[in-house]
Design a protein around this ligand. Structure first.
Ligand code: SF4
Ligand code: SF4
Ligand code: FES
Length: 228
């Protein structure tokens, strides 16, 4: 039988099934926690770290990813403290520098309050979020793609670098990849990358409730949990 617990997120007492992630609980309640690697109904691997929150235990705060933190009775979580905002902003800034040609990542950066990118742009074509690998393995049970290599050589590939016959050609890996959506004004040329910020106006209405989900459409194209 489903067991429910009560958790406190940003002061709101929320009843949720035991074991639901804090990220899913918050999204369901309308509290926006920016996220990238999370996909509803797939396992969470805590890859992007954008969903960090403060988890308060015995008066001490632990920074942790909310997609991998499961709700338990009496849990106290803060999603919008200065410490969290600063960390999230920095993570989002690093992501934009890594992949400025992703509209999804540009959107996330806006949502996280990034105003400037202090790191060199790298124009990589994968941010190792693992969305494609999990969709292939868990949704389609195909296991046609996986992570290969370690450290800076880690990347996503087919077995032996070739698309296998058992790839079902479902397209889920492409659909869920944040790198497949280019910025609205088109791809940014090397040396001309910048923080787009065009969508900032969408966040104006959220000024008084910075942590609230405002159905802002940022992230819609890569399936923000609210739109799934
Ligand atoms: S198209 Fe192939 S590799 Fe991509 S998710 Fe489907 S089965 Fe996996
Ligand atoms: S290919 Fe796309 S979905 Fe797959 S890990 Fe890289 S960025 Fe994520
Ligand atoms: S959404 Fe939680 S670490 Fe990426």
């Amino acid at each position: 039988m489903l067991q429910y617990v009560k958790v406190s997120i940003d002061g709101a007492i929320i009843r949720t099934p035991k074991g639901t992630s804090i990220l899913d609980t918050a999204i369901e309640y309308g509290i926006c926690i920016p996220h990238l690697c999370h996909v509803p109904n797939l396992s969470d691997i805590g890859a992007c770290r954008l969903c960090v929150v403060e988890h308060i235990v015995n008066g001490r705060s632990n920074i942790t990813t909310s997609c991998t933190l499961n709700a338990a009775e009496g849990m106290v979580v803060r999603t919008d403290t200065e410490k969290v905002r600063k960390l999230r902003r920095n993570l989002a800034e690093l992501l934009v520098a890594q992949a400025p040609n992703s509209r999804a990542i540009q959107d996330i950066a806006v949502r996280c309050g990034v105003k400037d990118v202090r790191y060199p742009f790298r124009n990589e074509n994968c941010v190792l979020c693992g969305r494609c690998v999990r969709a292939c393995t868990e949704l389609w049970k195909a296991r046609a793609k996986g992570f290969v290599g370690r450290g800076k050589d880690r990347h996503v590939d087919y077995p032996f670098g070739t698309r296998p016959d058992f790839c079902k050609q479902c397209g889920a890996c492409i659909q869920l990849c944040p790198m497949t959506i280019t910025p609205c004004n088109g791809p940014m040329k090397p040396g001309e990358e910048h923080l787009c910020g065009n969508c900032e106006s969408q966040l104006m209405i959220s000024e008084n409730a910075p942590g609230g989900c405002t159905w802002c459409k940022l992230g819609e194209n890569f399936a923000c949990g609210r739109y799934a």
